[in-house]
Design a protein around this ligand. Structure first.
Ligand SMILES: C[S@@+](CC[C@H](N)C(=O)[O-])C[C@H]1O[C@@H](n2cnc3c(N)ncnc32)[C@H](O)[C@@H]1O
Length: 279
């Protein structure tokens, strides 16, 4: 007989409460890392068990925002995984250069670092004025921080190194103001960024996208959920549009793999191709 661990039962009930009471469905998140985050949340709130967490989720209406903030992992960097930005600069942007308007969806934007990096990349390619970046996340708390574009100065050495490796053409300091212990991204970078709430588990397509970036988000999902989300991306892209995932992520296992062509073996950048005709 298989005995389910008491904690696993409590977590299953917690997931059920989040879904039924607030409409957030974590049922298809990778179980081990999700369990770590739930237990971490209970400990941080000095609760004795996950059941106490469930109780609060059901009865305390304002509590859900803090829960989503803690269960999401809004960790990012300016020009994170810089080699991907080199690929975008050298192989993707030149292909999009002739379009009169360029739609970009950046899913799982955390605190906005990737959206600001993309804005800088587009500016340096002379394409920003024609672009619209839709930067989405399911965490309102993360989106509020993304809108502000304020980051701790202690991260600056890492950001400078990433920007250099990404082939940056100016000085990163030209795009932000450094004050005391933080740096603030310049307002003009935000001019063509729309930050919006979108849940990859339950919300629908964003039509007519030329480029979608969703990096370091799929790793938190089980294969069936990754499959759903990758289908959403395929259906949101124009034919010939590009999809960029994280360097530790893959779509080779997915049903949508046949609809995408890998640009370079070393980098997770794909182009949407016409599906093969069924003989
Ligand atoms: C580790 S961050 C990745 C940030 C950025 N893309 C990068 O690569 O640096 C993962 C983000 O995915 C978001 N996320 C997780 N589940 C989501 C969902 N179902 N819908 C939308 N965003 C989600 C989290 O809130 C978090 O901000």
């Amino acid at each position: 007989m298989h005995l389910t661990d008491r904690q696993d039962i409590e977590i299953a009930l917690f997931v059920e409460a989040l879904r039924k009471r607030h409409g957030y469905d974590f049922g298809q998140y990778a179980p081990a890392s999700f369990k770590r985050r739930v237990l971490g949340l209970a400990t941080a709130l000095h609760l004795r068990s996950v059941s106490e967490l469930t109780e609060r989720v059901i009865h305390d209406d304002g509590f859900i925002h803090a829960v989503i903030e803690r269960l999401s992992v809004p960790v990012s960097e300016l020009f994170r995984e810089p080699q991907t930005f080199v690929a975008l600069r050298e192989h993707v942007l030149p292909q999009l250069a002739s379009y009169p308007h360029i739609n970009i969806w950046q899913a799982g934007c955390a605190h906005g670092e990737e959206a600001y990096s993309m804005a800088i990349l587009l500016r340096e390619a002379g394409m920003y004025e024609r672009a619209q970046i839709y930067a989405t996340d399911f965490s309102d708390a993360a989106l509020a921080k993304a809108q502000e574009g304020i980051y701790p100065s202690r991260e600056m050495p890492l950001y400078l190194e990433n920007y250099r490796k990404a082939g940056g053409k100016a000085r990163l300091q030209d795009y932000c103001t450094e004050k005391y212990d933080y740096l603030k991204m310049h307002d003009e970078l935000r001019a063509h960024i729309t930050f919006a709430n979108h849940n990859l588990v339950s919300d629908g397509v964003f039509g007519e996208m030329h480029l979608i970036l969703c990096r370091n988000v799929l790793i938190y999902f089980t294969d069936p959920l990754q499959d759903r989300v990758l289908g959403l991306f395929r259906d949101s892209l124009v034919r010939g549009g590009y999809l960029c995932i994280g360097i530790k992520e893959s779509l080779s296992f997915s049903a949508v793999a046949a609809d995408f062509q890998l640009l370079s073996r070393e980098l997770p950048v794909f182009r949407r191709v016409a599906p093969k005709a069924v003989p």
